[in-house]
Write a protein that binds this ligand. Structure first.
Ligand code: ATP
Length: 572
């Protein structure tokens, strides 16, 4: 049940929470004693006795109540922070272990809002909500006992009114929860659309789409407001009902109590104390209602957090750190591989078979959408193929521990992502333990030494969000250097389709040739230089392998290759 899951977040903090709760109770008890002490003061006044004793008692109760309550509040807030931290850790931990296929469906902006926004909502419910409610129940019970000792009839009148209105308030609670979840969803959606626009900031500007994107984000913000207003509406309805309950009870007690005083059945001081207790009910009842409201909000947030936590993680060990390091080049075999991105998706690989021996340069070519990038995604086990067999170094990739498999491969994505941070951080991203010497060698090898010497702060220059301060060719070579520092036994290189200038292309060709001399390189080729230098070329078409051979062989034998070479690689 959801409540039980909510309690799982509290469990690690239960000691401090109980301590804070106890302090709260002591504070409440001190508050509870006050009307009684006030009655003693009034009685002492009426009977001409010394008021020093009762007054001293009243003062002590006030001071103790204040100090203890403050301490209790601090402990509660502290616990709240701890609970939020715990929830964030768990959520982030799961996020980085999700399967790529699941992440494809999620929106980054929405994920962000779950980590930042929804977890924050847990704090209120778990500390103030639950603890204040427990304290309030205690105060409520205490006040009712005290009232019972004063006058049973008046108590009955009070309870009747409170119970009727309390029942009505209870009906509102599920609506608060539903509206709150929708409000959080709207905030998540706002994050998602904002993220989408910021990711393509230049495209938005170049397309003159600013106004439209502003409207989309503002629309999501308005939906969040509307849902928030719904929550506010139901919440204030619950608050007003509480207030009315006490007011009506007050009037009834005044009427019934007045007549009982007149008939001599009740002392005036008792009626005064009773009415004071009645007003003492306002705060705890209010807190219980508020606690219930916060519980609804917390449950709504919980559901959104759970939606992510309940997604399956990659097989265990996917993210355990393994030492990366050189080894002999490995070969790759695809045997009748069948793959679809989803059950409702078209088949992308329909019996793909080819073999890459260890070492050397193998190029994958074929029309756009033939399934070349998918070959890499399957090798990295971002997705699981449905049928057939893929082996790396003669071993089925399903039998490889995931972390070890990924440590064996170096992967350069097509758009060669560079992360914000310094150039050094980017280069060492996949191999934190690389030495200065290894770093230097990788830089020279990828012809980045010019760039590094040109940059104002060398390797420690910040490259900007997604590496915007670098050129396309530089980004690509940074990505290659990063993959090389991992000392892969198989390098997967998705060549960018964008044209590099002649100098950059020459450099890239040299880099690839050098790397291919030491390890197996599998490259999705879009350049003539890459294919002519390749030891073998695998021609893919419509989810299958059409031909394998060298450039010279394929130009002679394969019509599709000849056409590709003529159009894509610019040979006549
Ligand atoms: P290109 O040269 O244009 O990059 P490609 O040969 O590398 O093409 P793939 O990227 O492997 O082709 O894509 C093959 C098919 O799979 C395409 O039709 C594409 O729409 C689909 N596809 C690719 N990635 C995904 C994904 N993450 N989810 C669903 N479908 C995908």
């Amino acid at each position: 049940m959801v409540i039980r899951e909510l309690l799982a977040y509290i469990r690690p903090h239960r000691r401090i929470l109980i301590l804070g709760g106890l302090l709260g109770l002591v504070g409440s008890a001190a508050g509870l004693a006050m009307p009684l002490l006030a009655k003693y003061v009034v009685d002492a006044f009426g009977q001409n006795r010394s008021m020093a004793g009762p007054l001293l008692g009243l003062t002590v109760a006030v001071l103790v109540g204040a100090v203890v309550s403050a301490l209790g509040t601090y402990l509660m807030e502290r616990t709240g922070e701890g609970i939020v931290l715990g929830a964030r850790r768990r959520l982030v931990d799961r996020m980085f272990r999700l399967k790529v296929a699941d992440v494809d469906r999620l929106k980054p902006g929405d994920l962000l809002s779950r980590v930042t926004g929804d977890t924050t909502l847990l704090r209120a419910v778990l500390t103030n909500g639950i603890v204040n409610s427990i304290g309030s129940v205690f105060m409520l019970a205490g006040a009712i006992v005290m009232m019972a000792t004063m006058d049973g009839v008046l108590l009955l009148v009070t309870l009747l009114v409170v119970v009727v209105i309390g029942g009505l308030t209870g009906l509102v609670m599920p609506r608060i929860q539903r509206a709150q979840k929708q409000a959080q969803e709207a905030v998540g959606e706002m994050g998602a659309v904002l993220d989408r626009a910021l990711q393509a900031y230049r495209t938005v500007k170049a397309s003159g789409a600013e106004e439209r994107e502003i409207a989309v984000v503002a629309g999501a913000a308005e939906r969040a407001r509307d849902r928030g207003l719904q929550v506010a509406g139901w919440t204030s309805l619950a608050g007003v009902a509480t207030w009315m309950a006490v007011q009506i009870a007050f009037l009834c007690v005044l009427a019934v109590g007045g007549s009982r005083v007149a008939s001599g059945a009740l002392e005036v001081s008792s009626l005064i104390a009773f009415l004071l207790y009645l007003f003492y009910l306002v705060a705890p009842i209010g807190q219980i209602v508020e606690g219930l409201v916060q519980l609804q909000q917390g449950l709504a947030a919980m559901k959104r957090i759970k939606e992510i936590e309940d997604l399956p993680a990659e097989p265990v060990g996917a993210t355990v750190p393994v030492t990366v390091g050189a080894g002999d080049p490995v070969g790759v075999r695809f045997e009748d591989v069948v793959f679809r991105y989803g059950d409702d998706r078209p088949t992308v690989h329909d019996g793909v078979s080819f073999e890459v021996p260890p070492g050397g340069l193998t190029a994958l070519v074929g029309p756009s959408g033939a399934g070349k990038s998918t070959v890499f995604a399957l090798l990295e086990r971002f997705y699981e193929h449905q049928d057939g067999r893929i082996t790396v170094d003669g071993r089925d990739i399903r039998d490889w521990p995931l972390a070890e498999l990924r440590a064996t491969l170096g992967y350069v994505e097509q758009d060669a992502p560079v992360l914000a941070g310094t150039l050094r951080e980017n280069l060492l991203f996949a191999a934190q333990d690389a030495t200065e010497e290894e770093l230097r060698r990788a830089i020279v090898r990828t012809r980045l030494d010019d760039l590094v010497s040109r940059l104002p702060e060398g390797l420690d220059t910040a490259v900007g969000h997604r590496g915007v301060l670098l050129s396309g060719g530089e980004r690509q070579r940074v990505a290659i250097a990063r993959a090389l520092l991992r000392k892969p036994r198989l390098l997967l290189l998705d060549e960018a389709t964008s044209q590099l200038d002649a100098v950059n292309e020459l450099r890239l060709r040299e880099v690839i040739a050098e790397v291919a001399a030491e390890t197996t390189v599998l490259v999705i080729a879009h350049r003539l230089s890459t294919v002519t230098n390749a030891d073998r070329i695998v021609v893919m078409e419509a989810g299958g392998v059409r031909a394998v051979g060298t450039h010279a062989e394929l130009v002679g034998e394969d019509d599709l290759y000849r056409e590709l070479a003529a159009t894509q690689f610019l040979v006549s």
